[in-house]
Write a protein that binds this ligand. Structure first.
Ligand code: PRP
Length: 215
């Protein structure tokens, strides 16, 4: 973790060799859309594996080809919430590991002038209180989009929420930690600052545009 990184107690930096390697591909300006999309999917596998470590399991007995033994099953429902559009780039990887997950959608677009989030689509299951909710968004910049997402999820009853990001910026982590101190963050990297257009520096550019070829 860099020295400029915030000291949020619930910030988990997923910085093993696999995530560093995927992030290297994502940050490189030469990476074209197909490879960018693949690296984002692969990074989300690593992130989901880390972010579900505390998920409860229950024991059950099965037969292997040789004998009876005890194995573990996931014992809580999971709701994945990609923040449109860029969060969709993490959804396929998350569903590969959590095929039974429910999926809710949060449509937000940052106003290009003010950098404030504008809500345009919400489709979430009711009674999120039963779920582990995993918010998927490659970028946490000012924190405005994530803070609005968390407020909305709590209106729907969510009580256990973790947020997964490829890159989180220090100002965004600080803002969301202040406004939602009960949330866990998982980020492959924490970048120190934002530029005058509220883009993360060094960051990886506009994740939505790079995922969907709208540069
Ligand atoms: C980006 C990103 C986050 C948000 C982060 O989305 O995917 O959702 O900005 O910025 P913030 O922390 O300052 O709110 P964007 O609004 O560009 O929409 P897109 O995913 O449709 O490209």
């Amino acid at each position: 973790m860099s020295e400029a990184a915030p000291k949020a107690q619930k910030l988990h930096v997923v910085d093993g060799p696999l995530s560093r390697n995927k992030l290297a591909v994502l940050r490189d300006e030469r990476t074209r859309t197909p490879e960018f999309r693949r690296a984002m999917r692969e990074l989300s596998l690593v992130m989901v594996a880390e972010a579900t470590r505390a998920m409860p399991t229950k024991s059950t007995r099965i037969r292997t080809p040789l004998t009876r033994t005890e194995v573990e099953e996931i014992a809580c429902p999971v709701c994945l919430v990609p923040v449109l559009r860029a969060g969709l780039g993490m959804l396929d990887g998350a569903l590969a590991l959590l095929p039974d997950a429910t999926v809710g959608f949060m449509g937000l677009q940052r106003d290009e002038e003010t950098a404030e989030p504008v809500e345009y689509y919400v489709n979430l299951p009711r009674n999120l209180g039963d779920y582990l909710v995993l918010v998927l968004d490659p970028m946490l910049a000012t924190g405005g989009s994530l803070s609005a997402t968390l407020t909305k999820l709590k209106e729907y009853g969510a009580a256990w929420i973790s947020c997964l990001h490829a890159v989180a910026a220090t100002p965004g982590v600080e803002r969301v930690s202040r406004e939602h101190p009960d949330i866990d963050f998982y980020a492959a990297a924490v970048d120190p600052e934002l530029d005058d257009n509220a883009f993360i520096v060094p960051g990886l550019g506009d994740a939505g545009d790079r995922l969907y070829g709208t540069l």
